[in-house]
Design a protein around this ligand. Sequence first.
Ligand SMILES: Nc1ncnc2c1ncn2[C@@H]1O[C@H](COP(=O)(O)OP(=O)(O)OP(=O)(O)O)[C@@H](O)[C@H]1O
Ligand SMILES: [Mg+2]
Length: 615
Amino acid sequence: MTEKRVPAVGIDLGTTHSVVAYLDNEGRPTTIHNSEGGITTPSVVFFDETGPVVGKEAARTAAFEPELIAQFAKRDIGAAAYKKKVAGNTLPPEVVEAIILRKLKEDAELILGEINDVVITVPAYFNEPRRKATQDAGELAGFNVLDIINEPTAAALAYGVLQNFSPSGESVEGKETVLVYDLGGGTFDATLMELNGSQFTAIATAGDVHLGGIDWDKRIFEYVSAQFVEKFQLDPREDDSAAERLRQSAEVAKMALTVRNVYKIHSEYEGKRLRLDLTREKFQELTQDLVERTLFTIRRMLKEASRNWEDITRILLVGGSTRMPMVIEALEAESGVVVNRSLSPDEAVAHGAAVYANFVLASQRNEDTDLLVQNVNSHDLGVLAVEASTGMPRRKILIPKNSALPAKGSGSFKTRDENQQTIAVNVIEGGDASGRNSTKIGACVVSDLPENLPEKTAVEVEFKYLENGRLKVDANIPGTDVQATLEIERAAGLSEEKMEYWANWISEGAILIPVEAVVEEFEEIEQEAAASPDEEIDFTGAEETAPFEPAEQVADEAEEEEEQGIKADGFFSAEPESEDAGDGLEGLVTDESEPQGDVGPDDSGLADFFKDLQS
Ligand SMILES: Nc1ncnc2c1ncn2[C@@H]1O[C@H](COP(=O)(O)OP(=O)(O)OP(=O)(O)O)[C@@H](O)[C@H]1O
Ligand SMILES: [Mg+2]
C-alpha cells in the first residue's frame, strides 16, 4: 500500500479575490471551493467582536462598518503598516494577508484534511520586501511556504499543463513565445515566456503593482461623485459608508458594462438619490488611459528584451479585469494577435501554483520530474555608493533586471577615507541612477579592516542571486584576507519577535479591540471613579487591550532604518567602470529613462482615492 501523501496547495492571494487549488489523483489542477461554496474568496477581513470574518460576508459588511474592514491589503504589502487603522489599531499588511490565508487553509482542510505545504503567488513585478512579506504572511497563517512563484509564470504553467487535459487536445508543440497579460484587481503584470514542452522560460517581465480593476472602479466612482456634487452640492465621498457603497456600485456597473452597452447606476447619500445612465462608451472614455498604460508597459518590456509583437505566438489573458472588452480590443489592435482566452481568468494562477507546489515537493523527494521553470529577476539589483567626484549617491547595477536566474554580477568600489575601519555595502533594488526610489534590501558590513589602509583601497563586491530569491553578497579587499559575506533571505520584514507576537495573536483568535472603545472604557471607569472615589478600580485589563504598536512607533522605525541607510552610504565611493570613464560617473548606469522603481504614474491619485475612502 502506498503511503497517503498530504497534498500541497497553490494559493493565488489576490488584491480582491483569492483562490486555492491542488492536484487531483490524475494530476489535474482543481480549484477548492470555500465553505460558502465559492471558487474565489474576497480578500476582505471584517474584524467582528468575536474574531475575524473573511470573504463574502466581510465584503458585504464593508459598506456598513468600514472602520472594521481591511481590504486591498496586497497593495500595502512590504510597507510597515496597512494604509488605514482598523478600529483604531495599526496592523502590518502581512497580518491582514495571514488572516485571509488562514481562512483559505481552514476551508481547504475541510476537503483535503490537514495541509501544511503551500506555494503562494506574487505579481512578477513585486520587489523583494513585498515578496518577503508575502512569505511571512504564509508562515503567520501556519503554512510551510515551499516557495513563492510569479503569477504570470503560474498562469503559463497552468496553460501548459491544462493542454494535456483539454478536450480539443491542442497541446503546446514546438517552441512558443507567449505573452501573459495579467490584469487583476490591484496589479498588472506582463511577462514574456518561452514554452517548449514542459520547459517554461521567462524572458522578460514588467508591470505595475498599483494598476488593476479597482482603478477602473475609481474612475466611475469619481465621475458619479462629481455628478452628485453638481446636482445636490453634497459629496458622498465625505462619508466612509456612502463612499464604500458607491465604490461597490461602481464595480457592479463596470462588470455590467462588460456585457451591456448601458447601465443605470444609483447613488444615495443623505436622502438624495442620483440615477445615471452610464454607457460603455463613456466608461471607456473615462478609463482609456489605464489600458494605454498597460500597453506602454508591454512596449517598453518588448524593447528591453529586443523583441517585437511579431515574435509573439500567443497572448494569454489572466485576471478578472481582462474580461473587459476594451482590454481585449486594445490588445488585439496593438498586437495583431487574436488573444487566447482558454484559461479561466480567475483560476489559472492558483492552478499553476498547485502544479508548481507539487513540482517542488517532488524535487525535495528527489523524484524525477521533467518540468523546468526558469525565472528572471524583475528589478535591477545593485549597490548604492557615493560618487567620488561629487559626494552624491550613485547606484551601480550588478545584476540587471530580466537576468535569467540564477545570476551573478560583480563590481569594483573603493574605500572613501584613509584608515577606514568599516565598509557598508548597501544593497538596493530598482530606483534610478542616483538611487532615488530604490528599495534598500540589506547591507553587507565589512568590519575590522587592517590599520592604515590608504583611501581609495579597492573593494570587490559580488552578488549571487539564486532562483529561490536568496541573494548572496560577498565583499572583499583584494590582496588581504578581509572579507564579509551576507546572505539575504529576501529583505527584512517583521522581526522574529514580531512574527512570534503576531502568530500568537492570530492563533489565539485575532480579536481586535477597538482603540476608541478602550478610550471610552477608560473614560467610563474614570467617571465611575470620580463618582465613587473609595472604590478600587482595576485598570490593568483595559491597558492590556491594545497590544498594537501605535502608528507613530511604526513610522519612527521606518525613519530610523532610513537614517541608518543614509549614514551607511558614506562609507563608500564608486569607481568608474572603465578606466577611460574619467569622471567616475560613466559606466555606472546605462539608461537614464528607465522606470522609476515601482511608482506608477498615477500612484498619487490612487493614494488619494483610498485616503478619501478610508481615512
Ligand atoms: N465581468 C467583469 N468585467 C469587468 N471586470 C471584472 C469582471 N469580473 C471581474 N472583474 C474585475 O476583476 C478584478 C478581480 O480580478 P482578479 O480576481 O483576477 O484580481 P485579484 O487576483 O484579486 O488581484 P491581483 O491579481 O491584482 O492581486 C476586479 O477588479 C473585478 O472587478
Ligand atoms: Mg490575481
